[in-house]
Design a protein around this ligand. Structure first.
Ligand code: AQP
Length: 328
């Protein structure tokens, strides 16, 4: 079986962007691939996190994985920090990375923009991400479009390592969805929807109440004009709402466009809110059940055990290839 791996940062409340761009696809892949899905808490601390909030969000993301349909009997679901090999291989790969290539990453530029003190973790984030992926010899990495550049760097680092030290890592392929790979912010159709945005009105969180979802969608920015037409260049905001509609209702963009031909933004937004509320209802219900059942701890323990077995053996190979004295 080919292997799939991906992760989500517990750096805020998961959004519809994280769901459509990533988690929804994890669920589809788990039956056909040997799957590893993790909560990447070591990545979340590249920006300051309040300890109590980090703890709560970490458990929440793990519960959302399961609420969204990941099955712990199939996929290993675990916390990145429960598998020490990530931090260790992350360091080894940092020493193989160049400042220039790290500084070129868009996420680094976005997150460091306007700051006087830039955490070094933000810069070396992609080498830790490369370690996450390479430890599992992952063939495929399902991610949203924003992670494409990091994936490219992972491929470069894998190739560089293999060239210098001999064939050790599988060079992974990104798997980016055709529709919904970049859900945009509700207040700006040119920026991606982001869970760490200070403006809560810019995203729909997976655990938002129906009232909040209705309010946020009714206030979402729309383009000039009144036609419901999919045109990312000229109508980025409406096109984004149409993508969300299609993804949450299981329709194609063409079907959505045809259904709202001749209707204005008001009617469309009203229906969109109901489509989103309905799509999230079963997930939210399952989420509360899982959180109150207390079964998350056991799931994460099992997941970490499976992950550790694979990660540790790759790490040992990589260290030996680099010339570290084996521990006997
Ligand atoms: N707006 C989006 N549209 C589609 N996919 C998205 N993803 C994130 N935002 C969108 C995908 O979700 C996965 C998890 O992302 P992450 O937690 O590693 O962080 P991120 O990519 O930096 O996403 P956020 O929500 O913007 O988090 P913060 O604000 O903490 O940086 C990835 O597969 C990503 O592509």
């Amino acid at each position: 079986k080919l292997r799939v791996l991906s992760g989500i940062q517990p750096s805020g409340k998961l959004t519809l962007g994280n769901y459509i761009g990533a988690i929804k696809n994890f669920v589809e892949l788990q039956n056909d691939y040997d799957s590893f899905f993790m909560v990447v808490d070591l990545h979340a601390i590249t920006v300051p996190q309040e300890p109590a909030a980090l703890r709560e969000q970490s458990e929440s993301v793990a519960a959302l994985f399961i609420a969204a349909g990941l099955d712990p009997a199939q996929a290993a679901i675990f916390m990145q920090s429960h598998v020490p090999a990530h931090a260790e291989l992350g360091w080894l790969l940092t020493t193989l990375s160049y400042m220039g290539e790290l500084e070129r990453m868009t996420q680094y530029k976005d997150k460091s923009e306007g700051k006087d003190a830039i955490g070094a973790g933000l810069l070396v984030y992609p080498s830790l991400m490369a370690a996450d992926i390479l430890l599992y010899n992952s063939n495929l990495v399902p991610v949203g479009d924003d992670q494409k550049q990091h994936l490219e760097l992972t491929r470069d680092l894998a190739g560089r390592f293999n060239y210098r030290y001999g064939d050790t890592f599988v060079v992974p392929e990104p798997l980016i969805p055709k529709v919904g790979a970049r859900i945009m912010s509700l207040d700006d159709g040119t920026k991606k929807m982001s869970k760490s945005s200070p403006n809560v009105g810019s995203y729909i969180a997976l655990l938002d109440s129906p009232e909040d979802i209705r309010k946020k969608i009714s206030r979402a920015k729309t383009d000039l004009g009144r036609e419901i037409i999919f045109d990312v260049q000229n109508k980025p905001e409406v096109s984004n709402l149409m993508t969300i509609f299609a993804q949450c209702s299981g329709q194609t963009i063409e079907q959505v466009q045809a259904a709202y031909d001749g209707q204005g933004y008001g009617a469309f937004k009203k229906d969109l809110a109901e489509v989103v509320v309905q799509a999230l209802e079963p997930l939210q219900k399952k989420y509360s059940e899982i959180r109150s059942s207390g079964e998350i701890q056991q799931i994460l323990r099992d997941g970490a055990e499976r992950a550790n077995a694979v990660a540790q053996s790759t790490l040992i190979k990589a260290k030996e290839a680099m010339g570290f004295l084996p521990q006997v």
